[in-house]
Design a protein. Structure first.
Length: 128
């Protein structure tokens, strides 16, 4: 599955990429929402957008999430932020996380939203 990760904090972005790559997902990274929007509009295989809310550029992650919802309704959206008050933005996304992210929780939510574990045949349990 292809995931678009829009996160301006390099270390956070690299940690999320490593977690998702380790379970077999293709991750396309963007350092700001403008770059992510260009990628989203040009790449038809994206199944999920994970966007930090506060990023440099002409739009922020929340506006990116709104555009993704409007232009690509099949794409699942997760937002994240280091700022309190994500509950007010929850309607813009299928999931929301506050920084620092609990990576295992983020990965679990992604798997919940886009389906089966990519390295495990359909129907096989996580333990076997």
């Amino acid at each position: 599955m292809t995931i678009l990760l829009a996160e301006d904090e390099t270390l956070t972005r690299l940690m999320l990429i490593a977690e998702l790559d380790a379970i077999g997902h293709v991750v396309i990274e963007a350092a700001d929402a403008d770059e992510a929007l260009q990628i989203l509009r040009a790449t038809k295989s994206i199944r999920l957008l994970f966007a930090d809310i506060k990023m440099p550029g002409t739009i922020d992650g929340l506006e990116l999430a709104r555009i993704a919802r409007a232009e690509h309704p099949a794409v699942k959206v997760i937002i994240g932020s280091a700022h309190a008050g994500l509950a007010g933005w929850a309607s813009e996304a299928d999931g929301a996380f506050e920084k620092p992210y609990e990576l295992k929780q983020v990965v679990a939510k992604i798997l919940e939203l886009i389906g089966t574990h990519p390295n495990r045949p359909t129907g096989q349990s996580p333990g076997g």
